[in-house]
Design a protein around this ligand. Structure first.
Ligand SMILES: Nc1ncnc2c1ncn2[C@@H]1O[C@H](COP(=O)(O)OP(=O)(O)O)[C@@H](O)[C@H]1O
Ligand SMILES: [Mg+2]
Length: 278
């Protein structure tokens, strides 16, 4: 068994009267990928905001390194080595790759009035770190805006690894990417895992999750549909759980609109959706 970094027990989040998340249980282990799957509005971002310290949880328990925690700011999570790569990536497009790599954490040299940015160290380190992750960039001097979406995700992953992340949270890193670039990002997720990080990979695509995932937690409308180790779940089962819920729900709405709430077919269908929910 590998080291348990994070345990989430029956966690929940309320925004006033809105229950955005409830009853979520899963875990993150060193050298493993925990996938969080769910459709739009399922609660995936809410879940990672809890892990990242952006929104404190209102129910349940968050245990990091064996100790119960209640994060009140992203700094609390960062101090424990939990790094989050958000989908919008917060980069400065016109700045070179190496500036973005060190953004907000620039090393300096010299003292007093002679103190200045250590550009050489930043460039060299960026090159070395990207190479160590197997990312082949011709020139770290090019503006990060010239990189593809996939490459930018990879730079963000390498950056988190360099600054000492033990847990890497990725919010839908492949959502906006084509097949080939998604493949590249999946490769770096696998590489981060090989380097011993615990990775939390958020996606709505079972075909992206299954090849790299060790554990799968499925969300639907703010509730957990279960937490499965890979040995308990085939790709077909995972796909069926994802598609089953979404399709049935869409169909149920369609039928209700078409035939009216009281029709027998619509009622049976919405009953089935409820069964899937429990
Ligand atoms: N700040 C907030 N205030 C109120 N409701 C919110 C807030 N953030 C998210 N929600 C609600 O929580 C639910 C889950 O949203 P979210 O976590 O963004 O889903 P996902 O990332 O899976 O698409 C949605 O119904 C959303 O309306
Ligand atoms: Mg989201």
């Amino acid at each position: 068994m590998s080291e348990t970094l994070i345990e989430v027990r029956d966690i929940g989040k309320r925004y006033g009267n809105v229950i955005a998340l409830s009853g979520v249980t899963t875990s993150v282990h060193a050298g493993e990928v925990t996938c969080v799957l769910g459709d739009n509005g399922a609660g995936k971002s809410t879940f990672i905001k809890i892990l990242a310290g952006a929104h404190p949880h209102s129910d349940g328990e968050l245990v990091v390194d064996g100790e119960p925690r209640h994060f009140t700011s992203p700094r609390d999570a960062q101090a424990l080595g939990i790094a989050t790569v958000y989908q919008d990536l917060a980069v400065v497009p016109l700045m070179p790759v190496w500036r973005n790599f060190f953004l907000g954490q620039e090393p300096t040299k010299g003292w007093g009035p002679l103190r200045r940015l250590d550009r050489e160290t930043m460039k060299r380190t960026t090159s070395t770190e990207l190479a160590a992750m197997g990312i082949d960039l011709r020139d770290v001097d090019q503006p990060i805006g010239t990189l593809s979406g996939g490459e930018r995700q990879c730079v963000a992953i390498a950056r988190a690894v360099y600054f000492g992340a033990r847990v890497l949270i990725l919010d839908e890193p492949t959502a906006a990417l084509g097949v080939k670039q998604s493949g590249v990002v999946l490769k770096y997720i696998a590489r981060a895992r090989e380097r011993g990080l615990g990775v939390v990979f958020i996606t709505h695509n079972p075909h992206h999750a299954y090849p790299v995932g060790d554990r799968f937690m499925l969300l639907r409308r703010g509730r957990s549909m279960g937490d499965f180790p890979k040995s308990d779940l085939t790709l077909d089962e995972l796909t069926a759980m994802m598609a089953g819920g979404a399709e049935l729900e869409a169909l149920s709405h369609e039928l209700t609109a078409e035939l009216g709430q009281d029709s027998e077919v619509a009622q049976t269908m919405s009953q089935d959706v409820k069964v899937l929910d429990t």
